[in-house]
Design a protein around this ligand. Structure first.
Ligand code: HEM
Length: 452
């Protein structure tokens, strides 16, 4: 690129880049070019190797570049105004976008776009145009980004196409027939998959019966839906014996539960094998409704899931129910204050108190999303905004500044950005610690290890 002259302004801007004190001049100039010139950062020589790439990747890069170029221009619509604080934020965002695009181009698993926005949200959240772009990004990116991550884990949707071609139909039909008998079982299947994946990876360990198995751990209280998995397994063993793992059945059943509740469809990558360990002690790391947002974020991070993934997955509470036991403490004497949790909407508080009176211990089920408890939609996030979340951990994602804007984002645009981000996060979650190849086994019965 020859000699590059950096102006004083360029030097100040480059000092804004986090942890990039020794940044190469060429990189700085490319960043400046992207910042300054047009929304088509693409034309700045920002992607010098693009002519080597296959057609669709070129156009993909182009749309990414255009999208984020537009975000950078943002509300100022291309009028560059010098303001060191704002500029630093823009430089930081640009740099993050640069790294994100590099990550995508390397064909690697990359974070969700919603995470990219945390550090700069205050500057840009005001613009409606910006929000639309983010919603679109949340919708488009998962579809482009997630499959490569999953393939990297050795899973793919066509895994059984020769060995058990009807696997999807058999699981879907089984889930549908159980839902006809009890329409709350879909939520139970979704939760089951989450509790499986967070302990020992997605390996069906949660399905094992026995006094010392995961199933009996406190955090697994209330897990349901095991009979649906057993039923599907029996049918699959009849159609293709010893082929389909219980872990894969769980993953398919969770997807079907979402679809049957009106949620989005995605192709489930397959090829997981079943684990041979299931211990109560391992299940205590599951997130709890009394955990702080920081703690929950950390628990998700340990599984390779970002804050954006965590908030999107919490949206699973758009369907299903909970027991008074999990939230009664919020209703009367929260934190020994003698009063209810002040973040509960006062109108809804009366309803919750009526359903879960003080001093009773009877098992009463209360919808996690009061307005559309059996429909998979963004209404759950609207309820969180209004103080109508039932679980404390659900409400806290609106009090915490690192997650509040995500709730706002997911609550809008008819759930578009929620559903896109949910798919992406589910694909990540369902590939946690998977066993493939010759690891583990294919159980004959989902509730028992083969050697028993
Ligand atoms: C963020 C941390 C989370 C916490 C603290 C949490 C906690 C809980 C609790 C306490 C219940 C009530 C259980 C009962 O009373 O039977 C519940 C229900 C449920 N959870 Fe979560 N959860 C979390 C994340 C997730 C995730 C990631 C998913 C799935 C992707 C999920 C899906 C569900 C579903 C669908 C239900 C309803 C189950 C039913 O109706 O039987 N949850 N959750």
């Amino acid at each position: 690129m020859g000699m590059i002259q950096l102006s004083a302004k360029d030097k100040i801007l480059s000092s804004c880049l986090p942890g990039k004190a020794n940044l190469q001049l060429q990189e700085i100039q490319q960043t400046m070019c992207k910042l300054r010139s047009t929304r088509f950062g693409y034309f700045c020589g920002y992607y010098p190797k693009m002519k080597d790439w296959r057609g669709f990747r070129v156009s993909f890069q182009f749309s990414v570049s255009y999208l984020f170029g537009s975000i950078l221009q943002g509300s100022s619509l291309g009028k560059w105004k010098w303001n060191s604080k704002l500029d630093c934020q823009r430089v930081t965002l640009t740099w993050q976008v640069h790294e994100y695009i590099q990550c995508l181009a390397r064909w690697q698993p990359c974070p969700s776009p919603i995470d990219l926005l945390g550090s700069v949200r205050d500057t840009f959240m005001a613009g409606f145009r910006f929000q639309i772009l983010v919603a679109a990004a949340c919708l488009i990116f998962p579809l482009l980004n997630s499959p490569r991550r999953i393939e990297a884990q050795g899973l793919w949707p066509g895994f059984y196409s020769l060995s058990c071609p009807n696997v999807q139909d058999i699981v879907t039909t089984t889930v549908k027939s159980h839902l006809r008998a009890d329409n709350t079982v879909g939520a139970a299947l979704l939760r089951l998959h989450f509790h499986d994946c967070f302990v020992q990876g997605c390996d069906g360990s949660v399905l094992i019966d026995g006094p010392s198995s995961e199933k009996n751990a406190g955090p697994n209280t209330g897990l349901r839906g095991f009979e649906v998995i057993d039923d599907a397994k029996t049918k699959l063993e009849a159609a293709c014996p010893g082929v389909v793992s219980c872990a894969d059945i769980l993953s398919l059943a969770a997807r079907d539960a979402v679809v049957q509740s009106g949620g989005p469809f995605w192709m489930v990558p397959l090829g997981r094998r079943d684990g041979t360990v299931s211990l109560i002690a391992d299940a205590f790391g599951l997130p709890s409704p009394v955990d702080s947002v920081a703690r929950i974020k950390d628990k998700f991070l340990q599984k390779g899931l970002s804050t954006g993934d965590m908030v999107a997955l919490t949206g699973a509470h758009t369907i299903g129910q909970t027991d008074c036991a999990f939230f009664r403490y919020r209703l009367y004497n929260y934190n020994s204050s003698g009063n209810p949790d002040p973040t509960i909407n006062t109108q809804y508080l009366a309803t919750l108190q009526q359903k879960c009176p003080l001093g009773t211990s009877g098992s009463v089920r209360v919808a996690l999303d009061k307005d559309s408890p059996s429909i998979f939609d963004e209404v759950f996030f609207k309820n969180v905004q209004q103080g109508n979340a039932v679980l404390e951990s659900d409400q806290r994602i609106y009090q915490d500044m690192s997650t509040q804007f995500m709730v706002d984002m997911f609550a809008g645009f008819s759930g578009m950005s929620f559903k896109g981000s949910f798919i992406s996060a589910m694909l990540k979650m369902s590939s946690i610690g998977v066993k493939t190849g010759t690891d583990g086994e294919i159980r004959k019965v989902c509730s028992k290890f083969n050697h028993l």
